[in-house]
Design a protein around this ligand. Sequence first.
Ligand SMILES: [Fe+2]
Ligand SMILES: [Fe+2]
Length: 379
Amino acid sequence: MQATKLLVNERAARLNLGVERLVNRLVRTSDAVAERLHLGGRAAKYDDVHYEFEGGAADSLRKKHYDKSLRLLWKGEAAMPWSTFRDMSEHERELVDLAERNMSDDERAIRKRITSDEFKALLDREYTVEQKRAIVAILSAIGHGEAYAWLVSASLLHEVKSTGAKAALTMQVLEEAKHFVVMRELMQAFGVGVPRQSAWEYLLLEGALKAKGLDKFFAMNVLVEGIALSIFGVLSTLPGLEVLRLFHLDESRHTALPLNYFREFPMSRWEKRSPIGRIRRISMTLPTLPLVMLLEPHFAVLGIDAFDFAGSVMRKVTLLSERAGFLQGEEAEAQTKFFNDVFNAYCRATRERHTDKDFMSAETTTGKAELAVEREAFA
Ligand SMILES: [Fe+2]
Ligand SMILES: [Fe+2]
């Protein structure tokens, strides 16, 4: 570097340095004392001496979640060309144009970027009004969930230790923001209105946002996102809903975050086994039961047994809970049996002919790629 050094007043420079050192010692000491006395202290859990957040680098979390999310980052404009999203870069648009120029007329017709009116016409052609209402009713449960996922993941940023975990959660915040705004436009295109949250969704999602500390990981990443993953899995092969494959892929990464985080920063024995914690987590799960019952007629319109869907969700959520350490093996077995018994009892009481079955072994995800993603996640 070529530069002409300027003259400075050395006395002033030494004085400024001395003042800075004194103030630095004062603020850090007073914050450390305040923290020890539980009277506040430094707000950021940041270790500027080592240039890391408290907890260290945790590079494996960064690689598995932050790097991977950026590699798989998708854009609303590319996935739903008919939408109002204009989030592709010049370079990405050039690549799409180039690919289209090299296509045959037939290939180009298949890939044709449809307009909003054409997309609405496609929905009118493919679905009856009753089917549209059913799809929107099921999707809206998770559409409202995306709003909460956005808030919960942002609030978890303060709870997790390490640079890697914070980077991972930052990508989740970004993805949930995208899920919320993209999903809203998708549902509005159905033209049947979007219902408000049911009582059960309200209780489930408020419970997730109000959960304390890392219990949020259970409520959101395991329970709510386990349900979301299954909803995307059940609807992603329907005409016009292909974008849900991308949501499905993102959610599978989000459901894996607690397990990967606890590998780096294990929960204490008390956090895992405390009976109070266990009761808290069961009570967070309870609203899902009446929610399935409420959604049963909508699933039925699409030819899906709501309890097959619920069994498939419960199996995945239980496995994720057990792996992350929120449930012990014998508790998981008892919980699975309890929910299967409740599903069968409800079906015996409400259906004309019902033979008891193992709902927990049902699989309602249908897409090939989605099944492969779940096989990898739940192997
Ligand atoms: Fe999401
Ligand atoms: Fe998510």
